[in-house]
Ligand binder design. Structure first.
Ligand SMILES: [Zn+2]
Length: 389
């Protein structure tokens, strides 16, 4: 009997379907202390690579796990609030009987014309989480005691926080205009949050002083979708160059993530946008379908976003693209593409049309059509800025 159970266990382990294994069963241990070893590590809502990303953690952050599967630890963020972290992204530092809570020493705010910076001084870089809707940003730092006395920025109507000591710190930012980007970094005493202020838009020239990154999808040996002898990467670059010129004409500061046919990784593209202090990131693609039999069901122009702060921009661009291209409405879609996931700037991805659809690709390769399409994107951005800020 014993042999059979061991045999079954081995099979289950090999298949990776072993249910959550309770760390509590290992002697007196209750929690594994995990240090995050890769930057931008996701915590997901289930133990699968395809599941929802609840938050991303910076390298060096520390979390606590109470259970595990073959590839994941279950992380205890708060009472009855759990997430899953892939084992390849963490190192076990210790096994401890109780979760550790540390005290935030001080929280201060500084302000420039462009943004707010919130400095959270704590020796313990615990898990963090942002939740945003269009105009509100909620930030949580878990596993940290916080005494409201140590907050040094009262009377700012844009910020609120709990007035009592808690086991986590939560800060809420709200404004009358939609969010325009935010982020978190480490500094020598803890974490620093940056929240961009709503830009002051020149209604006649909305793109003045706005930094836009134009991202021609794929490149080099990554050809993207191909059909009828055309390669997506080339169409993307042709449109991106025209888009750059049109944006510049309207006063924007514009940078291309690639100027020629070469491979650029997704993380390099995002890094580049951060370096340039991007306000808006526009990624240009041509669409395809895994199964080309569906081509008469799904086609046309579509715009993609991931963060709520970018949804309005995606809608405005899509509206203008429909007018300019007269293509079928392939809608504004929420999708977890790497280039639309960053929080520091507004980011959308445009699928200008379907390269696998002859009627569309014939137009998409035409210089005049490309120029009109670029102008429509520019108008979408201008309308959005003018109407919201
Ligand atoms: Zn593509």
């Amino acid at each position: 009997m014993k042999k059979i159970i061991i045999f079954l266990l081995i099979i289950l382990l090999q298949q990776g379907v072993l249910a959550l294994d309770n760390l509590r069963n290992v002697g007196i241990a209750k929690y594994a202390v995990l240090e995050v070893v890769n930057n931008n590590t996701p915590i997901r809502d289930t133990n699968s690579e395809n599941s929802i990303r609840m938050t991303h953690l910076l390298k060096g952050s520390v979390v606590f796990a109470d259970k595990q599967t073959k590839d994941y630890y279950r992380v205890v963020l708060d009472n009855n609030y759990f997430g899953f972290i892939n084992k390849k992204n963490v190192e076990v530092q210790a096994i401890i009987p109780e979760k550790r809570f540390d005290a935030i020493e001080k929280i201060t705010k500084s302000e420039t014309k462009k943004d707010y910076k919130i400095f959270i001084e704590t020796p313990f870089l615990a898990a963090t989480q942002f939740k945003e809707d269009t105009k509100n940003l909620n930030f949580t730092l878990f596993d940290n005691h916080f005494d409201p006395k140590n907050i040094k920025f009262d009377n700012d109507k844009n910020f609120s926080y709990p007035k009592k000591i808690d086991t986590k710190f939560q800060l809420k930012y709200s404004n009358s205009a939609p969010l325009f980007g935010y982020g978190i970094e480490k500094f020598n005493k803890g974490y620093v949050l940056s929240i961009k202020k709503a830009p002051k838009i020149n209604k006649k020239k909305p793109l003045k002083n706005i930094t836009v990154i134009v991202d021609a999808g794929h490149g080099g040996n990554e050809r993207g979708a191909c059909a009828f002898g055309y390669e997506e990467k080339n169409i993307n670059l042709q449109i991106s160059k025209k888009l750059k010129r049109e944006l510049q004409k309207k006063g924007a500061r514009v940078y291309l993530t690639r100027k020629k046919d070469k491979k650029v990784t997704l993380s390099k593209r995002i890094e580049f946008a951060r370096e340039k202090n991007a306000d808006i990131f526009l990624s240009i693609h041509q669409n395809s379908l895994p199964n080309r039999k569906d081509i008469d069901k799904k086609y046309g122009v579509g715009t993609y976003y991931y963060r709520n702060q970018s949804k309005g921009l995606a809608q405005s661009i899509q509206k203008n693209l429909l007018v300019a291209t007269k293509f079928r409405d392939d809608k504004v879609n929420h999708a977890s593409f790497a280039v639309v996931r960053p929080t520091e700037f507004l980011s959308v991805l445009v699928e200008c049309g379907y390269i696998i659809r002859k009627q569309e690709v014939d137009k998409l390769i035409e210089p005049k059509f490309q120029k009109n399409l670029s102008k429509a994107i520019v108008k979408g951005v201008e309308d959005y800025l003018r109407n919201n800020y």
